[in-house]
Design a binder for this molecule. Structure first.
Ligand code: PA5
Length: 427
């Protein structure tokens, strides 16, 4: 379903072009689970597993949560929140929490800012709510403190015993403090499979439970991801994941060390955040790695556009396009044509946006910015599921091509170690 168009990058390739033999070898390592971090490749068959039974308890918990409150507070950070937020914003729009009658989903535990915590408590007000605390390790400070806050709020409102049925925990099956607390308190809990790392976990209960509460059809998401993973098993340069992975590694070797992920949909912003974590943590190690950045067009054409067009030529651009918009809106006709825009009257905004995108693409290519276009048919559950599977698959292949383990994050551990030592007054 996902298509990759490299025609805007081809003129920046050398005569040999992207190394598809290396992509084939990376794909082989991944599929045989024999590369570095091979124990963390459970995401490859996750959609299939979830579809054969795994989503039932998630759907029934989502129903309970909707009955118990108007708000769900999701406590998590990194891979334990970005995918769900990406889905909810992409599919319901940037104003997703304003839909009449829907359970609102808000995110906490991803900051230590007291102002942000107080703001969220004010948003919650006197309304009934549930909490879904998500942490694979169970020991990450930001969500652990967020959990304390959320638990205290629940217990203050409902009392210690009744609060328990408002708390839903998603964590490892047997390891970590959060698992021990969930079992001791008797909270309803969900398992993050041991062979799926945080940033690859969106299609486990980590992402699926908040999505289901928000009214997203998680079965459709999983079916699309499953179909995409099957399509991406193709062992040929026609495989879109090989094309994307091999093109970006080739561009990196030719001095393009920054990749900007762009979209013309404002609702794509958190998908780009999810993508940045996926690629940044998977590839940025051992002193190498493409720096993943993101922009939101058209808005950023008037802020970052200058830099992209004219700054250092170390960038390439990956633009995610949706083939058709979900709705239409025509430019109104105005008597007198005071602003001189009647030549656009009656034209659909989607049509104008597509023309703008073509103009931007050719200007950027002419300015020395290679363009990769990734497209799916629509901004819906199927599009989201396909994009998740596509970017996960391409990421693992790309990381193996560059010779790193896509599934560890030693740099994140380094900051955690320092922070805990300083907070305990040990240095
Ligand atoms: O990809 C990863 O594993 C990390 O970025 C985690 O998602 C992040 O650190 C949160 O960890 P946890 O879910 O253990 O709280």
């Amino acid at each position: 379903m996902t298509k990759v168009d490299l025609s805007g990058a081809a003129q920046f390739f050398d005569a040999a072009g992207p190394d598809f033999a290396a992509a084939a070898e990376a794909h082989r390592l991944l599929a045989q689970r024999s590369g570095p971090g091979g124990d963390f490749t459970g995401w490859l068959d996750l959609p299939q597993k979830m579809l054969s039974g795994g989503i039932k308890p998630i759907l029934s918990a989502a129903q309970k949560i909707k009955k118990l409150g108007q708000v769900l507070l999701v406590v998590g950070i990194g891979g334990s929140y970005l995918g769900a937020r990406a889905a909810i914003e992409l599919l319901h729009g940037a104003n997703h929490n304003r839909a009449e009658g829907e359970t609102e989903v808000w995110f906490m535990g991803n900051t230590l800012s007291p102002d942000a915590i107080n703001e969220l408590i004010a948003v919650l007000g006197e309304r009934d709510f549930c909490v879904n605390v998500i942490s694979k390790s169970g020991g990450t400070l930001e969500p652990a403190l967020g959990f304390r806050v959320a638990k205290a709020l629940l217990e203050r409102k409902y009392g210690r015993t009744a609060a328990k049925k408002h708390m839903f925990v998603t964590t490892d099956e047997s390891h970590g403090i959060l698992r021990s607390i969930a079992d001791a308190e008797g909270y309803e809990s969900f398992v993050i499979p041991a062979d799926v790392g945080g940033r690859f976990s969106v299609l486990t209960p980590v992402g699926l439970l908040p999505m289901a509460v928000a009214g997203i059809d998680i079965k459709a998401v999983l079916e699309a991801a499953n179909a995409e993973l099957h399509e991406l098993d193709l062992r040929s340069p026609d495989n879109p994941a090989w094309q994307y992975a091999a093109a970006r590694q080739h561009l990196y070797r030719r001095g393009k060390s920054i990749e900007i992920l762009a979209s013309y949909e404002p609702s794509f912003r958190f998908f780009a955040e999810w993508w940045k974590q996926l690629y940044g943590e998977s590839e940025g190690k051992n002193g190498i790695g493409i720096y993943p950045a993101s922009v939101e067009y058209n808005a950023d054409l008037h802020s970052m556009g200058q830099y992209i067009q004219d700054g250092p030529r170390t960038l390439f651009e990956t633009v995610v396009m949706f083939d058709s918009c979900l709705t239409g809106y025509s430019v109104p006709f105005e008597m007198g044509d005071a602003d001189g825009l009647n030549y656009l009257a009656g034209r659909d905004f989607g049509d104008i946006a597509r023309t703008t995108a073509q103009a931007v693409r050719s200007a950027h290519i002419a300015g020395g910015v290679p363009n990769i276009t990734v497209s799916v048919p629509r901004r819906d559950e199927a599009g989201y599921g396909a994009l998740v599977a596509f970017f996960e698959m391409s990421c693992a292949i790309s990381a193996y091509m560059s010779g790193v383990n896509p599934f560890d994050q030693p740099g994140v551990e380094a900051y955690k170690k320092n922070m805990f030592a300083m907070l305990k007054g040990e240095n």
